[in-house]
Design a protein around this ligand. Structure first.
Ligand SMILES: Cc1cc2nc3c(=O)[nH]c(=O)nc-3n(C[C@H](O)[C@H](O)[C@H](O)COP(=O)(O)O)c2cc1C
Length: 250
């Protein structure tokens, strides 16, 4: 799958929570696994592994049942939550572009008997996937419930660059990201949460930023430019927490 196919998926993907429970054909799963094996991390220094589970192996607080799940296990260090979002969003877009249904599941965990720890890596998050009777795609971007660009960005002239980022999925659609700086160096920050909200969304919102960073990577690539990331703290608007800086070069 090419980067432009993944880019196109951004503008029509949606979460799907009702699945046809028949398993996908073996060759569909093999092709997915091939794609998964070439996904790129945000931070090369973090060890991670993907695993695949079936419905009996998953415990979900919400009644979402799917024939397949892909889980990410990771070393718990540094930006591992952003890294998880960056990696699994590649899979979410791949599935959508292949006419398969998927949904991020922050509330689901491996069932009793399925390890939470594997080779020193801890379970982080999973996506459900499979076939569905529901429409896989949105007809156009007006069907996305998202904040307007001025609510999430102060970068002048970044309408085209940040539109695919604005459409990124986030836990409970919280969209806590903010983009500042200029077209060559964008600072990505995240709304600070009060203690109660931080307990519920603190981890998920870091995964969300990783998702947004992958959409930004595709958007920069689509403009024929290159994105590189750094994580040394920099100034952010008041009420926000620094997450990453994205350098955009020709
Ligand atoms: C990190 C993360 C965790 C999520 N967890 C759940 C979940 O547990 N259950 C669920 O139904 N949807 C979950 N979602 C899906 C979001 O609710 C959904 O992406 C958001 O409402 C935007 O809708 P869309 O994906 O259809 O564009 C999650 C999304 C993300 C990014």
């Amino acid at each position: 799958m090419t980067n432009s196919q993944l880019y196109n998926a951004i503008f029509r993907r949606r979460s799907i929570r009702k699945y046809d429970m028949s398993p996908l054909p073996a060759d569909t799963l093999e092709k997915l696994q091939e794609f998964v094996s070439v996904t790129k991390p945000l931070d090369e220094s973090i060890r991670y592994e993907f695993t695949y589970l079936g419905s009996p192996d998953v415990k979900n607080l919400l009644p979402i049942k799917a024939p397949h799940y892909i889980c990410l296990y990771s070393e718990k260090k540094g930006n591992y939550l952003m890294n998880a979002g960056f990696l699994l969003q590649q899979v979410d877009l791949y599935l959508s572009e292949n006419n398969l249904a998927s949904c991020w599941l922050g509330m689901a965990k491996p069932a009793k008997g399925v390890p939470m720890l594997m080779n020193g890596l801890e379970f982080v998050i999973m996506l459900s996937f499979g076939n569905t009777m529901e429409p896989i795609h949105r007809a156009n971007t007006s069907e996305f419930k998202r904040k307007n660009l001025p609510e999430i960005s102060s970068v002048a002239g970044a309408e085209a660059l940040l539109e695919p980022v604005r459409l990124a999925p986030s836990a409970s659609n919280t969209q806590t990201w903010f983009f500042s700086g200029d077209l060559e160096l964008i600072t990505v920050s995240r709304k600070k949460l009060n203690i109660l909200k931080a307990q519920v969304y603190g981890k998920m919102n870091q995964i969300d930023i990783g998702i947004a960073l992958f959409h930004l990577w595709l958007s920069v690539d689509h403009q024929g430019k290159v994105a590189s990331y750094s994580f040394e703290k920099d100034a952010v608007p008041s009420g926000y927490e620094f997450m990453a800086k994205v350098k955009i070069s020709n």
